[in-house]
Design a protein around this ligand. Structure first.
Ligand code: XIL
Length: 356
């Protein structure tokens, strides 16, 4: 657990009603009431602005209740060489989060991307398995009881399972097959039985055949783990949303309901809005970005409680969307809740509507 809980103990709607029912007078005092359905607001933290922009740290302290290191816990950040672990960057962020009473989300223990070259050059099933287990044991153990939720596996579903799938190709899958997911969850659960373990993936929110196939693949992985009695507690929807795509409301609601029926939690883990197809006008663009997020968050929260809503960065000054989804007019992308001068945008108001 974190050293300090950032939130005062607020009354939930249920406890207020219970209080009234019991004839308690405290329930009538003007207390802040938190709907049971409010998620925590999380922010993914990139080391560069974290180190160099005091305003970023101030805004994190003021607004975030959860912090997720954006890259600092990935293999390429922790494992420059085979023999060593470099926890420098991750520790900076984790210590800051603890000092400021924030929850911590770990991203990620297994991904096909962002691996150091020596990992990509591993060979042999046994050697690959040994490296994977050793890594997860060491990392989860270091932050045992401190990192509350883990993206144990990231993007293990093929981009288009209807074409080549259902599994994503990559070092872990190539040597271990579907077992790579079992190994990752089992190892994480053994080292920190109190951690909440998530599978995390993208493109799960519209109702195209490809998205439906991706949702089915996630459901099958969850069932596979449950059948083997391997703990899994939740599914993270990255939610790198495209402003030109509509949320498939009915399909998304059904997907979340099916996850809940399997006993899983749901979180939004990497929210930002790709604005490459929106008009140049900044005000209209910011509105379009906010509306896209609102449509998605409205749908997903109507299907049940979200654990967290985490924004993939805070300011447009630092976002992967700018390079990965560049605009034709080469204007800077505006995917995040604060602009490049750290001023709040309409997207921030939308996020606040759904977070505690
Ligand atoms: C991205 C980071 O934002 C970049 O800074 C980094 O260079 C590459 O990774 N899905 C994920 C995230 O799960 O880890 C990715 O983050 C974005 C896509």
């Amino acid at each position: 657990m974190n050293k300090a809980d950032p939130k005062p103990k607020l009354l939930t709607r249920r406890s207020v009603i219970a209080g009234i029912g019991a004839g308690a007078t405290w329930a009538l005092a003007p207390q802040p009431v938190l709907a049971d359905t409010r998620a925590r607001f999380g922010v993914a933290v990139h080391l560069e602005p974290f180190r160099n922009e005091p305003v970023f740290r101030e805004l994190l302290i003021r607004h975030a209740s959860l912090i997720a290191p954006m890259n600092a816990l990935k293999w390429a950040s922790l494992r420059h060489t085979k023999g060593e672990f470099d926890f420098g960057g991750a520790d900076e962020i984790v210590n800051f989060a603890e000092q400021n009473g924030k929850r911590i989300h770990g991203h990620t223990l297994l991904w096909y991307g962002y691996n150091p070259v020596w990992v990509e050059q591993l060979s042999g099933e046994r050697r690959v398995e040994r490296e994977l287990i050793n890594h997860i044991e060491t990392v989860v153990d270091r932050y045992k009881g401190r990192i509350e939720t883990w993206d144990v596996v990231n993007e293990v579903v093929a981009h288009d399972p209807l074409d080549k799938g259902p599994w994503r190709k990559g070092i872990w899958h190539d040597y271990l097959g579907p077992r790579h997911v079992d190994i990752a969850f089992k190892t994480a659960a053994q080292v920190d039985p109190s951690a909440r373990l998530f599978i995390n993936d993208y493109d799960l929110e519209d109702d195209s055949p490809r998205t439906k196939a991706r949702q089915e693949a996630i459901l099958r992985i969850v069932q596979r783990l449950q059948d083997k009695n391997i703990p899994i507690h939740g599914v993270g929807l990255q939610a790198h949303l495209y402003a030109e795509r509509r949320t498939g409301r009915e399909n998304l609601v059904r997907f979340v309901e099916r996850l809940k029926a399997l006993g899983l939690e749901v979180a939004v883990t990497e929210l930002d809005v790709i604005d490459w197809k929106l008009s140049a006008d900044r005000e209209r663009r910011d509105r379009g970005v906010a509306d896209t997020a609102n449509e998605f968050l409205e749908a997903i929260t109507s299907a049940g409680t979200l654990r967290n809503i985490t924004s993939w960065g805070l300011s447009d000054k630092y976002s992967w969307i700018n390079e990965t989804f560049p605009r034709k007019d080469s204007a800077r992308a505006r995917p995040l809740p604060f602009d490049e001068n750290w001023q709040a945008k309409p997207l921030f108001d939308v996020i606040r509507k759904y977070t505690a």
